[in-house]
Design a protein around this ligand. Structure first.
Ligand code: AMP
Length: 218
């Protein structure tokens, strides 16, 4: 199964990607997570990416394209992978196609999580992330067992700087200006499927299981 998950921040892509990654035993590749790790580790990529991320803008195409090209070429992606948060521009989509053509493993499906603005704001304002292992929670929808602590490793939960309201609004604006071209690109290829991003985790997962069956995606 080679999937691309498209949708605005807060659409539930990361949550579904994690569930699918466990169910199908394939890597979940989130460019946002990779970039946040790079920022934390102060690598050259992280230093470059930080200013764009802090503003809620996009990191330059060449930086993310190189990250993803290297990641999908690794042996653990042979069986499949789930791309979350990439591609976000048409240039990224084209670069991904040429990388995957070389690897002879084209994308099976692109799932577009169409989501209302109210859902986005509600999800992002309540999202909390573990500082240690990056596990994601929501103060109401997916609360940790102990407030402020990660169920998996006990790490401290925090709110991402770019989940604060002003930055969220900018991220939505950036998303709306670049993603329509990506949606058109995949629609023209006939591999785009629209999924409601307003469903809760279990509903969305059940919906996707049926969709994969119907599309014969393994
Ligand atoms: P996310 O966790 O997917 O919301 O990504 C967080 C931030 O990382 C975004 O607001 C961008 O600054 C950056 N980012 C993640 N993926 C990409 C991408 N494919 N292209 C450009 N910037 C990205």
């Amino acid at each position: 199964m080679k999937l691309v998950l498209l949708g605005p921040p807060g659409a539930g892509k990361g949550t579904q990607a994690k569930v699918l990654s466990e169910d199908y035993n394939i890597p979940h590749i989130s460019t946002g997570d990779i970039l946040r790790e790079a920022v934390k580790a102060k690598t050259p990529v992280g230093m470059k990416a930080r200013e764009f991320m802090d503003r809620g803008g996009l990191v330059p195409d060449e930086v993310v394209i190189e990250i993803v090209a290297g990641r999908v070429a690794r042996p653990d992606c042979k069986k499949g992978f789930i791309l979350d948060g990439f591609p976000r521009t048409e240039a990224q989509a084209k670069a991904l196609d040429s990388t995957l053509a070389q690897l002879k493993c084209p994308i099976d499906l692109v799932l577009y999580f169409k989501t209302s603005v109210e859902t986005i704001i509600q999800r992002l304002s309540g999202r909390r992330v573990c500082r240690n292992c990056a596990a994601t929670y929501h103060i109401r929808n997916i609360p940790p067992k102990v407030t402020g602590k990660c169920d998996l490793c006990g790490g401290e939960l925090y709110q991402r700087d770019d989940d604060k309201e002003e930055t969220v609004r900018n991220r939505i604006k950036v998303y709306e200006s670049t993603v329509p071209q990506v949606i058109d690109y995949y629609e023209a290829k006939g591999i785009l499927r629209t999924v409601s991003g307003d469903m809760d985790v279990d509903e969305a997962n059940a919906y996707l299981s049926k969709l994969f069956l119907k599309e014969n995606i393994k």
